[in-house]
Ligand binder design. Structure first.
Ligand SMILES: [Zn+2]
Length: 414
């Protein structure tokens, strides 16, 4: 009776890391519970996971299925990257080289670098050009074992250029395997074309209504920082977004402890991202309001800084921690979740298991997709990453080494 439906059995995984557990983001000790099945297998039918168990058990149920013997390799749910800036024009190679020479942020900005240079290149690029470069980068994510990403606009800073970025994401979602969850980040930087308050009005009165009307984003994000958007402006923008049905995320306390975490707690945001400078009060506020922290060690590393977010304190406070790449041309040009896992273990003292939970099931919940992706359990979408190693700890251990063996999205090998 299932002849018309395609089925596939993946057998002989050394460790099948299921992340099976409570139907909510994981906290405390739960972060270490990976639900590993040794010599595991998965039966996939019509793009969804039908059952998960020992290879022998799954083999018996797989009479009519195509069978793939994984030869004792490691299997995980596809990574979920909950913070990226996927679509932009150009690159920041000159900034990178200047920073390597020891030049300061101010010197680099004066030489025509910084975020504004990406805004200019993004405005100058056609929708087609942006689509082609983003498509190439989206493929990098898949090759690192990531099957879903959140992606933000924010390099347009005019109504039409922000819409252009969000439309590129929509088209990518229709045409490629990687799933993209769109976030509107019109408040990424103050436009140089007008005074700050006028720009905030533009975001609230013109951009947000269009984004909501065309259903181009699920979330609204703000860069809340000295010299960008202050607490009052951030509150205004995120409150307006909420009224239009967009959920809130925020870049907060990255360069200074400005009270951004507390603001996001007050607004009932879904996530608070960065948090390098957040103090105990900020962490306590996030815990009380059930806001998920998204930690981005790639940006600390790539900027050559030393101060990583305090993951241990954040975990001790009972927060459902998420790890993401912050993929962007300026401060974190990496699509690699295994690299982020390595940084989490070596620089933030998270265990390999905690890091994997933060990059899969907890990230899925932070994108309102915890019921569909982020773990290998029956009924979920069959997004699976296979790595050419045997133990889950090897992903963070052999840092800088490509270990992806194969990736399946909705049961199809990509
Ligand atoms: Zn970011």
């Amino acid at each position: 009776m299932f002849d018309s439906m395609k089925s596939l059995a993946l057998l002989r995984a050394s460790q099948l890391v299921t992340l099976a557990g409570p139907k909510r983001p994981r906290v405390g000790q739960e972060l270490s519970e990976l639900g590993i099945i040794r010599d595991g297998g998965i039966l996939i039918r019509d793009g969804k996971i039908e059952s998960v168990g020992s290879s022998d058990e799954i083999e018996k149920k797989s009479k009519s299925a195509d069978v793939v013997d994984l030869g004792g390799r490691l299997v995980l749910p596809g990574f979920v990257d909950a913070h990226t800036h996927l679509v932009f024009g150009g690159n920041r190679l000159d900034d990178f080289e200047r920073r390597a020479r020891g030049e300061t942020y101010e010197q680099i900005a004066k030489a025509g670098g910084g975020i504004w240079s990406t805004v200019q290149k993004t405005r100058a690029a056609s929708e087609e050009e942006l689509f082609e470069t983003a498509k190439k980068r989206a493929d990098w994510f898949l090759r690192c074992g990531t099957t879903t990403i959140e992606a933000k606009s924010g390099y347009g800073l005019t109504l039409n250029d922000e819409l252009k970025l969000l439309r590129v994401m929509r088209r990518l979602n229709d045409e490629i395997s990687l799933e993209i969850v769109p976030t509107f980040l019109g408040a990424h930087a103050i436009s140089r074309d007008m005074p700050a308050d006028k720009y905030v009005d533009l975001v609230i009165n013109e951009m947000l209504p269009r984004v909501a009307q065309e259903k181009l984003a699920e979330f609204c994000d703000v860069f809340c920082e000295r010299g960008y958007f202050d607490i009052e402006q951030s509150r205004k923008i995120l409150s307006a977004a909420k009224k239009l049905g967009l959920k809130a995320r925020g870049h907060v306390d990255q360069l200074s402890n400005s009270g951004g975490a507390k603001l996001l707690a007050e607004l009932g945001a879904t996530t608070a991202d960065h948090l390098e400078k957040t103090d105990e009060q900020g962490i306590a506020a996030l815990a009380k309001a059930n806001v998920q922290p998204v930690l981005l060690p790639g940006s600390v590393y790539a900027l050559g800084l030393r101060e990583y977010p305090r993951a241990r304190e954040i975990i001790s406070a009972g927060l459902a921690v998420v790890l993401a790449t912050d993929f962007n041309p300026g401060s974190s040009p990496t699509p690699s979740m295994p690299m982020v896992l390595s940084l989490a273990c070596t620089q933030m003292k998270m265990s390999p298991a905690e890091a994997i939970t933060a990059a899969t099931i907890n990230a899925a919940y932070s994108l309102n997709r915890g019921d569909k992706i982020g773990s290998l359990e029956s009924g979920k979408i069959a997004n699976v990453a296979v790595f050419d190693c045997e133990d889950h700890r090897e992903l963070a251990y052999w840092f800088g080494t490509p270990q992806t063996y194969s990736v399946y999205v909705r049961g199809e090998r990509v």
